[in-house]
Design a protein around this ligand. Structure first.
Ligand code: PGA
Length: 248
């Protein structure tokens, strides 16, 4: 499977950063033969960035499950698509925790995005307390079961496994723990969706950077990465794409 490397800018970036987005897009094209890449940027920048970079995959970081209506401050999947986005994240742990999003909410958002033709990355992951209590597999597999819609297919859906305690902390799990989790997610996807479950990309996220990417991307069933801090500049993002290209 081709590796899929996605940056998540979170709540970072104003018009002054459009040139960095452009630098990332330009850099990414030199790896496009073997690596798929995308950048999920603040909604306020999508329209301007996609106008400048119509060939590069730019996405949102969330969407509402409704098309329109009385939802002050929210952005719908239709709006993302209208602005030129080709994908969106849903269910990032910062939204599950900060905005109290449930698995049912996330499933609704994923469906709304798929309906308008966006590719979707559903994020899952356990907290440190849950891992320490030996519940990581149960928690994550439960999130996958309840957040992933019944019509999931590899042509629009990817999963990102992001242990909450690894996000932005510089800590990453042991490779055996990553292998176990990705293997279990794969098994569940194949059990539910048949052979196509083998083609659904399972990304790892949480403190992935230029130093650890090669090791993480070599783990079985790690089909790419969701990268926060190390996606903010082309200089930090490039070594991850290079590692992905080498791992093909
Ligand atoms: P990080 O964030 O790479 O900064 O740990 C990853 C994410 O939250 O998607």
């Amino acid at each position: 499977m081709r590796k899929y490397i996605v940056g998540n800018w979170k709540m970072n970036g104003t018009s002054a950063d459009l040139k960095e987005i452009e630098a990332i897009a330009t850099m990414s094209t030199s790896y496009a033969v073997s690596v798929d890449s995308a950048l999920c940027i603040p909604a306020t920048l999508i329209d301007r960035a996609t106008s400048r970079l119509p060939e590069f995959n730019l996405g949102g970081q969330d969407c509402h499950m409704n098309v329109s209506g009385a939802h002050t401050g929210c952005v719908s999947a239709v709006m993302l698509s209208d602005a030129g986005a080709t994908l969106t994240l849903v269910g990032h742990s910062e939204r599950r925790a900060g905005q109290n999003e449930s698995d049912a909410d996330i499933r609704g958002k994923a469906t709304a995005a798929q309906v308008v033709g966006l590719k979707v990355i559903i994020c899952v992951g356990e907290t440190l307390e849950e891992r320490d209590a030996g519940q990581a597999l149960d928690i994550v597999l439960g999130q996958v079961e309840k957040s992933v819609p019944d019509n999931a297919a590899s042509d629009w859906l990817s999963i990102a496994y992001e242990p909450v305690w690894a996000i932005g902390t510089g800590r990453i799990p042991d490779d055996s723990d990553v292998a176990e989790m990705h293997g279990a997610i794969r098994e569940q996807l194949v059990g539910r969706f048949g052979a196509d479950g083998n083609n659904i990309s399972i990304l790892y996220g949480g403190s992935m950077n230029g130093e650890n990417a090669a090791m993480l991307l070599a783990i079985p069933n790690v089909d790419g990465g969701l990268i926060g801090g190390a996606s903010l500049t082309a200089a930090k993002f490039e070594p991850i794409l290079a590692a992905a290209a080498k791992s093909c």
